[in-house]
Design a protein. Sequence first.
Length: 351
Amino acid sequence: MKQHPETTAITAGRPDVAPDAALNPPVVLTATFHAGGEIGYGRYGNQTWSALEEAIGALEGGPTLIFSSGMAAISAVFSILPVGAPIVASNQGYSGVMTLLNSFHESGRLEVRFVDIVNTQSVIDAMKGAALVWLESPTNPGLDVADLVTLIAAAKKLGIGVGVDNTFATPLVQTPLAMGADIVMHSVTKFLSGHSDVLMGSLSTNDSALFNRLKDSRSFNGSIPGPFETWLALRGLRTFPLRFNKSQENAKALVEKLGGHPKISRVRYPGFGAIISFEVDGTGEQAQKVCESSTLIAHATSLGGVESLWERRRRWPMESLSVPEQLIRLSVGCEHIDDIWDDIDRALAAI
Ligand SMILES: Cc1ncc(COP(=O)(O)O)c(C=O)c1O
């Protein structure tokens, strides 16, 4: 019987069982290793990294590399593409990735064909001759969902590589490698580690040649995580399914309540996950005031932690102008649903 992810998150990446062996992997705080082994040096590998890589790999279904942040993981993918390579990517998504892609496009480092990922045919039309299709689904903060099965199949037919940013959906909702994607990426900072105390990223792939190129990119760009942060992320990962399921349950209940609130004009929710984007029926200033009026929900950026967070995304100058001024992105945590709702209701009463 195939093990359930709830079990895998708890069991994967443990040391071998032996009398007096530790149940948890140790934090291997060393830059230097004695000669003659497989690791060689602290920028090439670390036993604590291997434990987390084994656990994320077991959840996503492919050998995994961890990086110093989600952006470092994405950058490793782009770094192995030839100069000027055409790629297909969403015309909206996480602002850090959009900023990077725009700068690559402007400098000629890559030729980025920006597409509307909801329009499946337009994405397929843009694929011809591309080196890579990069899909963030759902998108941050628009929560648009790509038809991954159709898009991955179309790209494979054309022999084009596909990478999926699975940060919002997580392997509890979708496993893109099983759909045929070449790479699945995470901002481990978010749901996988889950406590807003670690920045980390990951890439998983079943293509061993690609794995080696990505590993070389990590080794020689030096985008490596610290062993202690890695250990914290693995500790957080043990409860990832519990946390995600609770946050998702809370989010589903909140979507109904938000939809019926007179001061909210639009609620975006893909039907799964723990992120909700909603628009206040008013101005950007009013939405900002709502965010600043909460007492339980932290007014902060990021997402995927046990604590609920929200922010008005357009407070960031780098956020896309296609994101409405009055849009608030809410990352639903694991608090009691009534307490979260009371806080939202009170904050909305401030405008
Ligand atoms: C969808 C998505 N991808 C990538 C990133 C970048 O991850 P990190 O902040 O860990 O570098 C983020 C960060 O918010 C994100 O939301």
